[in-house]
Design a protein around this ligand. Structure first.
Ligand SMILES: *Cc1c(COP(=O)(O)O)cnc(C)c1O
Length: 443
C-alpha cells in the first residue's frame, strides 16, 4: 500500500480539514483549452507556487496526460522538485536563475530564462573574448544548456527592454555547442483588459524582433507570449506556444473575461465542524470581540484559519456553505480556526462538513462517517469513499467560487488558491481510479 494513502487518511481523521483537488477537471480543462490551438502549437502549463496551490507534481502529471507539452515554474528549485518526481517533459523556469546555477539547470535538462541580469556574461563573451562554456561554467557537460531569451515589451518586470542585447545574445550563441537558444518570449501586462490595446502593441514589438532575428537566420524555435487571458483573447497571440496557468485550474484570469470553452474549478476546501454551541444575545465572538451577537445565536467552530491559507481579511466578511446554505463568518479568523453563524441552519451539528470554497459538500460527509469508514476497512477506505462521493454527489453548478471571495478582498482567485498551505492534505480525484472503476470528467 503506498505510503501517501495512510498519511493523508490519518491527517483527515486527526484534524478534519482537507482539500479535494479535482485533477480530472484539470485534465478536462486542458483538453478543452487545447481545442483553441492549432494542433502543432505547444502548450506550457504553469505549475509554479505548488501548482497554484493544487500540488505541483500531481498537476504536472495531470496536464501532461491531457496533452500539455511543457511545464513552467518560477524557480530552479521548483523545477528540480518536478525532475526528482520523475517528470520528463520540458520544464522552463520563467523567473531568473543566477549564472552560478546554469550548470545545475543543464545537468537536469531544465530550460532557463535569460534576462538582463546575465548582461555581465554577455559582455565577457562578446567584449572579453571568454568562451561561452567557460563564462557559464558549463565546461565538460555532455548536453547543452537550453535558454529562452526574455524580451520586456511592456510589463517592466523581467527581460531586456531593448532589442540590441537580445540580438547580441543570439549572435554570440550562434553555432555554440554548450548553449542552445530554444526560445524567445515576452509577458503581456494587460491581456485580460479587453478595452486595452497594450497587448497588441507588445505583440507587435515581439514580432519586430522575431523578424530581425529571422533575417539573420537566428529565429529561436519557440516564440511565445500568451498567458491564459491572451490565449482566450485571440489566436494571434498563440505563436509557437501558449503558457496557461489559471485556466488550467478552472478559473478565468478575471471574472469579466469570457472563456470560449468550459472550465471547471478544480479545488475545494472542506472541514468538519468541531463545535456547535448556542450563545445569548450580546456575546462577543473571537479575538477582540469584533462581532457581538444581536440575537440568541448558534455558533459553529470550523478548524480552518489563516495558517491554512484562508485569509484573515475575510473576518466578518466571508461566508461558508453548510447543508447547501450560507453561514456568515463571525468575528476574526484565527490562525487555525474560525467561527460561523449557524442560527438559520438548525440542522447543522458538530461533525457536519463545511465548504470554505469549491463544490458544496455531499450531505453524507460527516466526521463520524469518515471515522466509520476508517474503522470498517483499509486505511485508505475513508479517502476512497470521500472521492467516490465527491465524484457522484457534487456538482460544478453548486460552488462557492474563489472569484466571489477574491472580490471581497479586492484581490484575484490566483492569490487565494496559491495561499492554501501545505499542512492541508489534498485528495486527488484521479487516484480514486486506483480503487474503483475509471472515472469520467465531472462536467
Ligand atoms: C504565471 C505565468 C503565466 C500564466 O499566467 P496565467 O494568467 O495564470 O495564465 C504565463 N507566463 C508567465 C511568464 C508566468 O509567470
Amino acid at each position: 500500500m503506498p505510503v501517501w494513502v495512510c498519511y493523508h487518511s490519518a491527517m483527515i481523521l486527526h484534524r478534519g480539514t482537507f482539500a479535494v483537488v479535482d485533477d480530472v477537471a484539470i485534465e478536462s480543462n486542458i483538453r478543452n483549452l487545447r481545442t483553441l490551438l492549432r494542433p502543432d502549437t505547444r502548450m506550457l502549463v504553469a505549475v509554479k507556487a505548488n501548482g497554484y496551490g493544487h500540488g505541483a507534481i500531481a498537476v504536472a502529471q495531470a496536464v501532461l496526460r491531457a496533452g500539455a507539452t511543457d511545464i513552467g515554474v518560477a524557480s530552479l528549485e521548483e523545477a528540480l522538485e518536478l525532475r526528482c518526481a520523475g517528470i520528463r517533459a520540458p520544464i522552463l523556469v520563467l523567473g531568473v536563475v543566477p549564472v552560478a546555477a546554469a550548470r545545475t539547470a543543464a545537468e537536469h535538462d531544465i530550460d532557463i530564462t535569460v534576462s538582463s541580469d546575465w548582461q555581465p556574461v554577455l559582455q565577457a563573451i562578446t567584449d572579453g573574448g571568454v568562451a561561452v562554456a567557460t563564462a557559464l561554467g558549463l565546461a565538460g557537460l555532455a548536453q547543452p544548456l537550453r535558454i529562452h531569451l526574455k524580451y520586456d515589451t511592456g510589463m517592466a518586470r523581467l527581460g531586456y527592454r531593448e532589442e540590441a542585447p537580445l540580438l547580441a545574445w543570439a549572435r554570440a550563441l550562434q553555432g555554440e555547442s554548450s548553449v542552445t537558444v530554444s526560445g524567445l518570449f515576452t509577458h503581456l501586462a494587460s491581456a485580460d483588459v479587453m478595452e486595452s490595446s497594450t497587448a497588441a502593441e507588445q505583440l507587435q514589438k515581439l514580432a519586430d524582433l522575431v523578424q530581425r532575428l529571422g533575417a539573420e537566420g537566428l529565429r529561436p524555435a519557440v516564440v511565445h507570449a500568451a498567458n491564459s487571458a491572451a490565449m482566450m483573447r485571440s489566436d494571434a497571440y498563440h505563436l509557437d506556444m501558449v503558457r496557461v496557468g489559471i485556466s488550467a485550474y478552472g478559473y478565468r484570469p478575471n471574472p469579466v473575461v469570457e472563456s470560449p470553452v468550459p472550465l471547471i474549478p478544480a479545488i475545494s476546501l472542506y472541514a468538519f465542524l468541531t463545535r456547535v454551541e448556542t450563545v445569548a444575545a450580546g456575546t462577543a465572538i473571537g479575538y477582540g470581540g469584533t462581532h457581538v451577537t444581536t440575537r440568541r445565536s448558534v455558533i459553529g467552530t470550523v478548524p480552518v484559519g489563516y495558517a491554512d491559507g484562508y485569509p484573515r481579511w475575510l473576518s466578518n466578511r466571508g461566508s461558508v456553505v453548510i447543508h447547501g446554505q450560507r453561514a456568515p463568518i463571525l468575528g476574526r479568523i484565527c490562525m487555525d480556526q474560525l467561527m460561523v453563524d449557524l442560527t438559520d441552519i438548525p440542522a447543522a451539528a458538530t461533525g457536519d462538513c463545511v465548504c470554505l470554497y469549491g463544490r458544496h459538500a455531499p450531505a453524507s460527509w460527516t466526521a463520524e462517517a469518515v471515522w466509520r469508514k476508517t474503522r470498517a476497512g483499509a486505511p485508505d477506505f475513508a479517502e476512497d469513499w470521500l472521492l467516490r462521493t465527491y465524484q457522484r454527489e457534487t456538482s460544478p453548478a453548486a460552488v462557492l467560487s474563489l472569484d466571489e471571495l477574491a472580490e471581497l478582498g479586492d484581490t484575484i482567485s490566483y492569490e487565494l488558491m496559491c495561499a492554501l498551505s501545505t499542512r492541508v492534505p489534498r485528495l486527488y480525484l484521479s487516484r480514486y481510479n486506483l480503487f474503483d472503476m475509471p472515472i469520467q470528467p465531472s462536467v
